[in-house]
Design a protein around this ligand. Sequence first.
Ligand code: MRU
Length: 330
Amino acid sequence: MLPNAIVWNARTGVLELLDQRALPGVERCVVCRDAEEAAQAIENMTVRGAPAIGIAAAYGVALAAPRGREAVVAAMERLARTRPTAVNLFGALSRMRSRLESAPNEALQESLLDEARRIHDGDVEANRRLGRHGAALLPQKAAVLTHCNAGAIATGGHGTALGILRSAREAGKTIQVYADETRPRLQGARLTAWELARDGFDVTLICDGMAAALMKGRKIDAVIVGADRIAANGDTANKTGTYMLAIAAAAHGVPFYAAAPRSTLDPSLPSGAEIPIEVRSDQEVRRLFDGQSVPEAVKIWNPAFDVTPAELITAIITEDGVFRAPYRFV
Ligand code: MRU
């Protein structure tokens, strides 16, 4: 059994997050007692993955309720400054803001918690639905390559890209998974490989630079990735390296699917050019493998996400079905 990545402890009134920084070596949780601790957990990637940070932020807002409405508004502003790319965060905060407007003072926390739970449960439900849509696209025996971690721990549960694999297995299909290690933070190696192995999948890890050779040398039936923000025209932001994978998939005739709940769509942006891309610390690249791996004199560019142009995406799979180009999300 996988541990839940996000748990509201109703007995103690705190948010418990699986510490994704410590995996796969250590399974421990980080307790957030107020909105600031929740914001820091998102920033430092204790919790990560687009839907998961939206859910964690929603509970973070509820944590501010005992200090009153003004504290709740301040908490929302703080949480909105944590990570810029995944639109799920802003969607969740906007739902919490609407709920705040209608919540009675005497039941402020109860009401905000109710909305946070709905966001959480709604995400699991969306993932199960998109999982079934995606599973139907895979052959009876499928080898699938994925990037980063778009699994149960990156969401409210079940997962998006990995949710499709789970749903395919539930439907009786045999699934072999290849996971990119996903530099620089190794979400593929540390999280996806851990999550899938823990769940009994046949999983093989490759370095990111091996993906094209894998597609050429072995039969890969599909590449399936998650997403952080999808523009109206289908351009899709996801973990850095996804774009390169889509180019390799197109060159080898391998279908390339992006899987995401509707909460990841941002129809207000006409194209991927408008998606804000988080640039993270050079230290993530410079200090890989517990020591210095890059000379200090060398500059580093570390965008955490890239944008895959819609024309490289065979289909976008959401809870509402399978969408193909031309994408026109509203
Ligand atoms: O920086 P991260 O680990 O938050 O990036 C996560 C990803 O890019 C995932 O693929 C995406 O959020 C989808 S999670 C279902």
